[in-house]
Design a protein around this ligand. Structure first.
Ligand code: 48F
Length: 260
């Protein structure tokens, strides 16, 4: 077969344009492709929902690749082991309810599961704003990460989504955008982003799951951003809470979508 360079360009441009048109409206738009966002995407797409996940970086996985201090192993507690098992991620029993798995295997199998389930992944996109109608978030404003990184003055475009998940990790970027633009109207005790507290894995893991909830009409938090928003501690390289939070936000949204 003779290869035509321009034909290759045409295939990429046409198929990507179709993909982009396909995400102009979704059931759930997830911001952040770390463990929480990926687990949410997998569970929502598996249930047949139209899911798009935006990730600023080239690769999915967020803070999971490097395990702890670049030792590429992660730890999960026994409550989360069933998620590893469901995805075929091998783990080793480290005793006393702790399990450990290879972080690269965990990221890649979680990412593959989200894609296989039907989630559309838009890497290299940054969410830089939200769209709000009648005090409900109705979509996201997106731009190429390269535009953001280069500081270019290029306007973004808007996509519609019934629900948004802020899975942006420590930065809690979507919550902070809403706080900055509409004032202290978040569904937190202060109405704003409270900010994360120092490391304390046990409390942090519990609070992450407890605070996986709606923080503004049609916006939910999942993963480490729950603790940043509600003032919980950080947890370091234990990842069960991230996976369980992703599963919880998917369950909450499935109920909302079925009721709407
Ligand atoms: O940080 P990240 O892995 O969040 P997570 O899923 O997990 C947290 C853990 O990795 C770790 C921890 C637990 O042990 O404390 O930090 O809650 O993934 C967040 C992803 O969101 C992307 C960012 O590049 C990262 O991959 N992200 C952040 N802001 C934006 C974004 C944005 N505005 N637009 C697109 N992507």
């Amino acid at each position: 077969m003779a290869l035509d360079d321009v034909k290759i360009s045409e295939i990429i441009i046409k198929s990507f344009s179709e993909k982009l048109l396909g995400i102009l409206s979704s059931d759930v738009a997830i911001v952040g492709g770390g463990p929480a966002g990926l687990c949410a995407a997998y569970n929502l797409a598996k249930a047949g929902k139209q899911v798009v996940l935006f990730e600023r970086k080239l690769s999915l996985g967020g803070g999971m690749w490097g395990g702890g201090i670049m030792f590429n192993q992660i730890v999960v507690q026994d409550e989360a082991k069933k998620i590893l098992d469901e995805l075929g991620i091998r783990s080793v029993d480290a005793g006393e309810g702790y399990f450990t798995s290879d972080s690269v295997e965990t990221v890649t199998k979680l990412s593959a599961a989200a894609c296989d389930a039907g989630a559309t992944v838009m890497n290299l996109f940054s969410v830089e704003d939200v769209s709000i109608r009648d005090e409900i978030v109705s979509g996201l404003v997106i731009n190429w990460s390269s535009v953001e990184i280069a500081g270019l003055h290029v306007d973004p475009v808007t996509v519609h989504s019934h629900f948004v998940v802020d899975a942006t990790g420590h930065a809690a970027e979507i919550a902070r955008i809403i706080e900055r633009k509409v004032g202290t109207k978040l569904l937190t005790p202060t109405g704003g982003v409270i900010g994360e507290k120092p490391m304390w894995a046990e409390v942090a893991e519990t609070l992450t799951i407890e605070n996986t909830k709606e923080i503004y009409p049609h916006v939910y938090v999942s993963g480490m951003s729950c603790n940043a928003v509600f003032g919980g501690p950080r947890m370091g390289p234990i990842f069960g809470g991230m996976l369980l939070s992703g599963k919880k936000v998917a369950d909450l949204l499935l109920k909302r979508l079925e009721g709407s």
